[in-house]
Write a protein that binds this ligand. Structure first.
Ligand code: AMP
Ligand code: MG
Length: 403
């Protein structure tokens, strides 16, 4: 173990893990299935947006020079609506075209007046413009995008607006990173499937369910294996299976210093550890390494810790594997509404609720911060990022990460 980086800060741990990223291939998905996926290649527009000059308003199109001294009466020569295939007549002086939003501008016209500012004669042959024309109500060909413009770069997470933009650019399917298959293995003799009868000193297994949710929230596929007993042979067998079936393995439990901490032991003896222990609280026990060439995070067993470590370590790793894509953790400055416990050596990630109803965001503890207390994780809006030694009394400010 001597040369393995030990008890490293969070940035060092992240950098070490990110040096062994996942290699995710590209697949094409339809726009209907693209929400939340991460684009793996730049996407350039196939068309100009808009493809032709068109009206931004329902109203009339005419020559601006005909409208300079309102009211002005012009004769109506045609009506154009969006998608009309008819050939449009060029406009002459003192002529107007009735035009709908999205309809092509008739040649010769250089101005629009919305319908509310126009009066049409009873026989429908003439229009009186009550004000001057508005040239800016013409949407010019290519004013948003020119064909060939790269509007979405690789590593972008597809939001609803970006999916719409892909359609605007003429892409029915888009290249995205394939979802990783991520194995989740809980370890511990004391763990029972929720709802089963508990024998003395047993508890319900919760980490794999929480971690599976986090994996899916990151846009990947969770493969939850049944909890494994604390035995080297059982663990070896399951690690072999999971590393063959999946791209990444997450274990929980068994990475501390205890005699039954077999994940650490088996990784030391038969795997390849890249770091062990990180300066964060809660969540200092994790390790990262390779099991038979498959990257593996050994997460702590304590339920709040396993969540925190996923958020702080596995999330940046998965984002780095997708060129920065995936849900982006939002940070904000909060003022502490009560005293929180900092830490002399570690980044203190206290679970907080954040009240944004007043002048500043105020942070309150979610209660007991024990690393086994999942209830205080479930009610949290965020985690503090209290650096070692940073003051953390009522009234102090600190950065927080939103959950
Ligand atoms: P360990 O890291 O294996 O020593 O586990 C630390 C604590 O977390 C112990 O109290 C375990 O019972 C608990 N724990 C470990 N794994 C899980 C799990 N999958 N679900 C719920 N609690 C767990
Ligand atoms: Mg254990």
């Amino acid at each position: 173990m001597s040369e393995v980086p030990y008890f490293v800060d969070l940035q060092t741990a992240t950098d070490i893990a990110c040096a062994t990223p996942l290699h995710l291939n590209t697949e094409f998905v339809s726009l209907d299935a693209a929400h939340g996926r991460v684009v793996s290649e730049d996407i350039a527009s196939n068309v100009n947006d808009p493809p032709f000059d068109n009206s931004a308003m329902d109203g009339f199109a005419f020559l601006q020079s005909d409208s300079l001294e309102p009211p002005t009466t012009l004769s109506i020569i045609q009506t154009l609506q969006a998608g009309d295939h008819q050939t449009t007549q060029p406009l002459g002086r003192h002529q107007a075209t009735r035009i709908m939003t999205g309809a092509p501008m008739p040649p010769g016209a250089d101005s629009i007046l919305p319908i509310e500012l126009c009066q049409v004669s009873e026989d429908g042959t003439e229009v009186t413009l009550l004000e001057q024309g508005r040239p800016h109500f013409i949407r010019k060909k290519g004013e948003n995008l020119v064909a060939g413009d790269v509007a979405i770069t690789q590593g972008t997470t597809l939001t609803p607006a970006k999916i719409g933009l892909c359609a605007t650019m003429g892409w029915p399917q888009v290249p995205v990173f394939q979802q990783a298959k991520i194995a989740i293995i809980s370890t511990g003799d004391e763990l029972k499937f929720p709802g089963e009868e508990l024998k003395p000193h047993e508890i319900y297994e919760s980490n794999s369910f929480g971690l599976a949710g986090l994996v899916e929230w990151m846009g990947h596929k969770a493969v939850r294996y049944p909890a494994v007993a604390d035995s080297m042979d059982a663990l070896r067998k399951l690690l072999d299976q999971a590393s063959a079936e999946c791209d990444l393995v997450l274990t929980s439990g068994g990475v501390s210093m205890g005699d039954w901490d077999f994940v650490r032991k088996i990784m030391e003896e038969e795997g390849d550890i890249h770091f062990w222990r990180v300066k964060i609280r809660p969540g200092s026990p994790p390790l990262f390494g390779l099991w038979k060439n498959t990257p593996l995070f050994g997460l702590p067993g304590n339920p709040a810790s396993s969540h925190v470590v996923f958020r702080m370590l596995v999330t940046p790793y998965l984002r780095a594997s997708m060129l920065g894509g995936g849900p982006r953790p939002m940070r904000l400055q909060v003022q502490l509404a009560e005293n929180l416990r900092g830490d002399a050596k570690c980044l203190a990630l206290r679970r907080i609720t954040i009240d944004t109803s007043g002048k500043h965001p105020l942070a309150y503890s979610t209660g007991s911060q024990g690393s086994g207390n999942l209830n205080s994780m479930a009610t949290a809006d965020g985690l503090t990022l209290l650096h070692p030694g940073q003051p953390s009394n009522k009234g102090d400010w600190c950065e927080a990460i939103l959950l």
